[in-house]
Design a protein around this ligand. Structure first.
Ligand code: UD1
Ligand code: CA
Length: 449
């Protein structure tokens, strides 16, 4: 890594009308993280020492969101949207601090990979003044075209300003640029707005730099890295690309995905080696899975921590605060929330465990419910190690079952049960010999009449 200082300016002032949304465009999520946060991540990975976020539309919401995903970023408001160069200059005070490298990025281009940015910075280190990241989209319409001459970039022509010849060029401006900090303000201040749109185009700095005799080049990034999001169809396309990359990364790191195209990761999902994930599993944010775990089909996990060799699903739901110890088992149609399932404990079928501890080796029968909520407050259920809870029991919290406690099936347990005790919490069964037959005969003769 270079020791050069680097400011990343991320443009995110636009409204994104085509999203048809109350939410600012760049706050729409990919893998559970706002797209602009993906851009911030890429900038940081590429070595940006500081981040300047240029906001405008939905500024308050943006500022609030940025506190979470980029707490160190400075925010700069662009009051009027007069073009991309004008937007960059909203961060004039940040640029003026003096950086070796300036990276200009767009908040709506979330798949940009840090390597492409790093490559552009490397050119600056060689003495190039402006590096434009180019790409070859399948359909170049709408993009600025890169005009090159003997390996140098001479101009970027916005489509609306292109001649017919220029419009045929397939090499386009992806929108990202690396600019030498020494020249940045000088170049930006030279931009005017005499063009088809009457905007201050960032892209004009290419010709300005050339006129000053500075070196300008284009690098090339893969199409997917430069995909810009304008509507929800493109958002879904970007999500699909992100998921495809992440699945591959997981598999190459030793995770088995039986049907990778059906497994969805979040930006922060961690999965250990030799874990097997069956089809149709969804990882929401905050999931950490150790190695050797089996996650059966159709399970939904969020905010859960799972230790080695645990077994989950099929059709399990782990909600935030679920903490499964080694070899714990959470089976089909079981919901767990804010609960620790200790080593080897089994919660196999049709159960809700919320605000609870299930001690090591305990066995929770089908249909058990921890009644943790009285409509006002939440209460804790503490189940000791080796306890056995018979099927269809309601455990009314606050409640403590001692180690080895035994709960009879169908119980409603409202009082603590000491260690190794057996508790019944149900009406006694009454059996009347011969009465079944008598009843049947009576019903049959009544039906004949
Ligand atoms: C821009 C480039 C074009 C490139 C394309 C890649 C310019 C002049 N053109 O065109 O060469 O091929 O991106 O996608 O730079 N923004 C602001 N304030 C403004 C204007 C824009 O913050 O006043 C932000 C937008 O929110 C957006 C980004 O800058 O995130 C790009 O602006 P947009 O108007 O979409 O530029 P394009 O016309 O797509
Ligand atoms: Ca655009």
């Amino acid at each position: 890594m270079t020791s050069r200082t680097c400011l990343s300016i991320i443009l995110a002032a636009g409204e994104g009308t085509r999203m048809k949304s109350a939410l600012p465009k760049v706050l729409h999520q990919i893998a559970g993280l706002p797209m602009v946060a993906h851009v911030v991540k890429a900038a940081e990975t590429a070595g940006a020492t500081d981040i300047a976020l240029v906001i405008g539309h939905g500024a308050d919401e943006m500022r609030k969101a940025a506190e979470k995903f980029a707490p160190r970023a400075g925010t700069f408001v662009q009051e009027q949207r007069l073009g991309t160069a004008h937007a960059v200059l909203a961060a004039r005070n940040a640029i003026a601090k003096g950086y070796d490298d300036i990276l200009v990025m767009f908040g709506d281009t979330p798949l940009i990979d840090a390597a492409a940015l790093g490559a552009a910075r490397a050119k600056l280190a060689e003495g190039v003044a402006v590096v434009v990241i180019g790409f070859r989209p399948p359909n170049p319409s709408g993009y600025g075209r890169l005009l090159e001459k003997s390996g140098k970039l001479t101009a970027i022509r916005e489509e609306k300003d292109c001649t017919e010849e220029e419009r045929k060029i397939g090499f386009c401006n992806a929108g990202m640029m690396a600019v030498s900090g020494r020249h940045a303000l000088d170049l930006l201040d030279g931009v005017g707005n005499a063009n088809a749109k009457g905007e201050y185009y960032l892209t004009d700095i290419v010709e300005i730099a050339n006129a000053k005799g500075l070196d300008v080049v284009a690098t090339e990034a893969g199409y997917e890295n430069a995909l810009g999001i304008n509507n929800r169809a493109e958002l879904a396309e970007a999500e699909a690309i992100w998921q495809k990359r992440r699945r591959r990364e997981a598999m190459l790191a030793g995770v088995t995905l039986i049907a990778p195209e059906t497994v969805y990761f979040s930006h922060d999902t961690e999965v250990g080696q030799d874990t097997i994930v069956e089809p149709n599993v969804f990882f929401g944010p905050g999931v950490k899975i150790a190695g050797g775990v089996k996650i059966h089909a159709f399970s939904h996990l969020e905010g859960a921590t799972v230790a080695a060799n645990a077994d989950i699903g099929p059709y399990a739901r782990l909600r935030p605060g679920s903490d499964l110890a080694a070899k714990a088992k959470v089976g089909n149609f079981v919901e767990v929330k804010n609960a620790r399932i200790e080593a080897g404990a089994k919660v196999n079928h049709l159960t809700y465990i919320g605000d609870a501890r299930v001690g090591a080796g305990a066995n929770i029968g089908a249909g058990t419910i921890t009644c943790n909520y009285d409509g006002y407050s939440k209460f804790f259920t503490d189940i000791g190690a080796g306890a056995f809870v018979g099927s269809n029991s309601s455990l009314v919290a606050p409640l403590k079952l001692g180690d080895g406690a035994y709960i009879a099936s169908g119980s409603v347990i409202t009082e603590d049960v000491p260690e190794d005790a057996l508790a019944f919490g149900r009406a006694r069964q009454k059996t009347l010999p011969g009465k079944g037959k008598e009843l049947r005969e009576r019903r049959a003769s009544a039906a004949k009449k």
